[in-house]
Design a protein around this ligand. Structure first.
Ligand code: FHN
Length: 595
């Protein structure tokens, strides 16, 4: 076994006054590569590819503390409380004496997941705090031996899942274990590097074996924060899982390119579909574990919108809730899950068992497909109740609203499908239109249909770039609350980012730009160009970064006249070198204006 404790993998001088709590490039090391080399074969991965929507549950001793310690509130992800507050091992372990989640009801959780339309559950069996939420012979620091509750909720949940026809996966923190001198991550109690090999042999591997041999079929082991774990150790873990349950999937956070499918960054919803099997993981508010102070709930529309966008790119959406110290799922989460489930009951055929959409991304939303059928998910309803769809071709057999089967009037214009949308069919979450068409044009977003009556966001990854490049920025808001954006950066003088667009309704269009501009690049001159028209404009400072937090601003650039239907290009050109490392463009926003 290699030495997995080589630090640093997470440079958080969190509670120490004044020191920056985190740095921009910590994340890559913490999450490991998301690309996997042992991708699941079609048979093992079949359920994953079809099931699309899962429930993530973060539940442990941190749920009891709920983000509070020493009379102080620790904003950010609550499951990191022990490390953030540098709580000594024995004091943190004292929480176990208070942890008595008598409201925990496994059948109720499974019922809720089913009501939400979810097909699988992944639950934390041991998070970074080292506390096992199951009966374990490998460590007495477990819920059966250390708490008054003295029950094994993982066994109860496994039984309930098997009864309820829901797959069950186990989260297991294989690298960080703040309870153990030999585990990684606790440098406040164990400043000397421990023997990580011994930790793996004596705790992690035995516990993983317990999880894979005592609870029936396990759909997946969900590893996390591989840090500096060696390739040899990742491989050994992977092999052990496969030996014990050959059908069990493993996520890419096992580290070093092992695993069956890719887990993206926390709360990351990509704009461009990753290859192979993949998942986006998200949480209902900003924390994963329960925190009394976090009420920043995503609406049902946001949650379902993310599920749709992810399904349209062929990915899975795993949404987290954080039950409290009594074992109750927060009311806000339960309500949102039920509402999402109602939408899925009506529209689930457009999500489950579908593949990535053959019809490209539009301003109104996105699509999913199955052979001969395409589902248009309208997330942004056009003001004039008219939907323009590019890339469908002329082989359309029928156009219906999915839930009612209502046939919708449609015709072709300039090679685009135009659908009349009856306003009474507008679903406040998302309306789904089912199109039967044997052949459609291959999905491409290189040419963006400038949709009348909706704001068109021309996103960074779809730009044609010269003298600048596509990048990604990731940052935390509150501690552990990750945000991700694709940007165009590295601007040289004369560099351009341009989008091919298709004008379907001539008129005046207001163009805006959303960007980050550090003080050094304040008032750098750019030009907006459409056809032969060039409008000069300065980019304006968005402030400096503090703790790596990125701040964007949306600025109006100007109004342009697009007088002819058809293909053209819209873009911006940088007129000075000084923007180079200090300006990042996320998108242009183009909206029709009533002039
Ligand atoms: O550190 C953990 C965090 O607490 C949480 O479990 C998330 C969920 O993806 N994973 C790690 C950070 O990526």
């Amino acid at each position: 076994m290699g030495d997995g404790c080589a630090m640093p993998y997470w440079s958080d001088e969190l509670s120490a006054g004044g020191a920056p709590p985190f740095q921009e490039d910590d994340m890559a090391e913490m999450w490991g590569e998301s690309a996997v080399r042992t991708t699941a074969d079609a048979e093992r991965g079949a359920w994953f590819a079809a099931d699309r929507f899962g429930l993530f549950i973060h539940w442990g001793l941190y749920s009891q503390a709920a983000g509070e310690w020493g009379g102080k509130r620790w904003f950010g992800i609550s499951e990191w409380l022990m490390r953030r507050a540098r709580i000594p091992v024995d004091q943190y372990a004292g929480l176990a004496g208070q942890f008595n989640p008598v409201e925990f009801d496994a059948d109720e959780w499974v019922r809720l997941a089913r009501e939400a339309g979810m097909r699988y559950i992944i639950i934390t069996t041991k998070h970074h705090d080292g506390f096992a939420m199951f009966s374990s012979s490998a460590s007495a620091f477990n819920i059966c031996e250390a708490t008054p509750f003295a029950r094994d909720p993982i066994a109860e949940l496994a039984d309930a899942c098997h009864r309820g026809g829901i797959r069950l996966g186990f989260y297991y923190s294989q690298f960080q274990d703040w309870h153990e001198p030999d585990g990684a991550g606790n440098d406040w109690n164990f400043p000397e590097r421990g023997d990580f090999g011994r930790y793996l042999r004596e705790k992690a591997l035995p516990q993983i074996e317990e999880l894979l041999t005592r609870y029936g079929p396990v759909a997946m082991i969900w590893f996390d924060t591989p840090g500096t774990i060696s390739a040899e150790d990742s491989q050994a873990l992977y092999q052990r899982v496969r030996d014990l349950q050959p059908g069990c999937l493993v996520n890419s956070r096992i580290g070093n390119g092992y695993g069956d499918y890719a887990t993206l960054g926390d709360q990351e919803v990509p704009l461009v579909a990753p290859d192979g099997l993949w998942e986006s993981i998200d949480t209902h508010n900003d924390t994963w574990g329960f925190a009394t102070a976090d009420h920043d709930w995503k609406s049902t529309k946001e949650v379902v919108g993310r599920l749709i966008r992810i399904a349209s790119m062929g990915g899975n959406y795993v949404l987290n809730v954080g039950p409290d110290g009594r074992g109750a799922i927060p009311q806000a989460s339960a309500k949102m899950l039920r509402r999402a489930g109602e939408w899925l009951k009506r529209n689930g055929t457009s999500i489950f068992g579908t593949v990535r959409g053959a019809i490209p991304l539009h301003a109104w939303g996105c699509s999913t497909s199955r052979p001969g059928i395409h589902y248009l998910h309208i997330l942004n309803w056009p003001e004039d109740d008219t939907l323009w769809v590019a890339g469908v071709g002329d082989q359309v057999k029928s156009v219906r609203e999915l839930t009612t089967g209502a046939v919708l009037p449609h015709h072709l214009d300039q090679g685009k499908l135009i659908i009349a949308l009856p306003r009474e069919l507008r679903d406040p979450i998302a309306t789904v239109i089912e199109i039967a068409a044997e052949r459609v044009a291959a999905a491409t977003v290189q040419s963006w249909l400038l949709h009348p009556g909706i704001s068109n966001c021309l996103e960074a990854p779809f730009a044609v770039l010269e003298g600048c490049r596509l990048g990604k920025v990731q940052w935390m808001e509150r501690f552990g609350d990750w945000h991700h954006t694709d940007v165009v950066d590295g601007w040289q003088a004369g560099a351009t980012a341009a989008w091919d667009i298709q004008v379907v309704r001539p008129g005046s269009y207001l163009v805006g730009a959303e960007y980050e501009c550090l003080p050094e690049a304040d008032e750098t001159e750019f030009e907006l160009s459409v056809g032969t028209v060039c409008l000069p404009f300065p980019v304006l400072c968005t402030g400096g970064r503090f703790c790596g937090r990125v701040r964007f601003r949306r600025e109006r650039v100007g109004v342009v006249q697009l007088d002819e239907c058809g293909q053209t290009s819209i873009g911006i050109r940088c007129m000075s070198e000084k923007a180079m490392a200090c300006f990042r463009l996320c998108r242009l926003i183009v909206s029709e204006v009533d002039w």
